[in-house]
Design a protein around this ligand. Structure first.
Ligand SMILES: Cc1cc2nc3c(=O)[nH]c(=O)nc-3n(C[C@H](O)[C@H](O)[C@H](O)COP(=O)(O)OP(=O)(O)OC[C@H]3O[C@@H](n4cnc5c(N)ncnc54)[C@H](O)[C@@H]3O)c2cc1C
Length: 103
């Protein structure tokens, strides 16, 4: 039997980081942020496809939409993910600036 794995470049990058044990707060935040934002775009378009019925609990898409809305909040809101990413990106620069001030 043959399997085909499909996913975005971000998905494969995340998978690689986990396998290589290189997960950091910064890379985990990037993965959580990008995955939940993409999930939101997809589920939002899908709900639109269902029209008014997509808003009814009778249809699973309504549950999926509600679940995604919370995914952007729990385990650290996506605004906090952006803070963690920024801190990680500028960590070295902040260190340098601090060292220069001490001199
Ligand atoms: C039903 C439910 C189940 C939960 N289950 C769990 C669980 O099992 N385990 C667990 O660990 N936690 C759980 N939580 C907590 C969840 O992780 C928190 O709700 C989440 O981290 C957001 O924190 P908060 O609700 O205090 O929002 P707040 O921190 O009050 O944030 C409110 C808003 O302000 C924004 N904000 C806050 N600070 C900043 C900032 N510095 N810059 C920009 N924007 C900012 C946030 O992004 C958000 O939009 C649960 C919460 C709920 C409601």
């Amino acid at each position: 039997m043959r399997y085909t794995i499909t996913g975005s470049p971000g998905f494969f990058r995340s998978l690689y980081i986990i396998i290589k044990h290189q997960l950091t707060a910064e890379s985990a935040s990037m993965a959580k942020y990008s995955a939940t934002e993409m999930h939101n775009k997809v589920v939002n378009e899908c709900l639109q496809l269902f029209g008014g019925y997509g808003y009814m609990w009778d249809y699973p898409i309504a549950r999926m939409y509600a679940d995604n809305r919370f995914a952007r909040i729990y385990a650290g809101t996506n605004e906090i993910m952006k803070l963690l990413i920024a801190r990680g990106l500028f960590k070295e620069l902040f260190k340098q600036l601090k060292a220069e001030r001490k001199e």
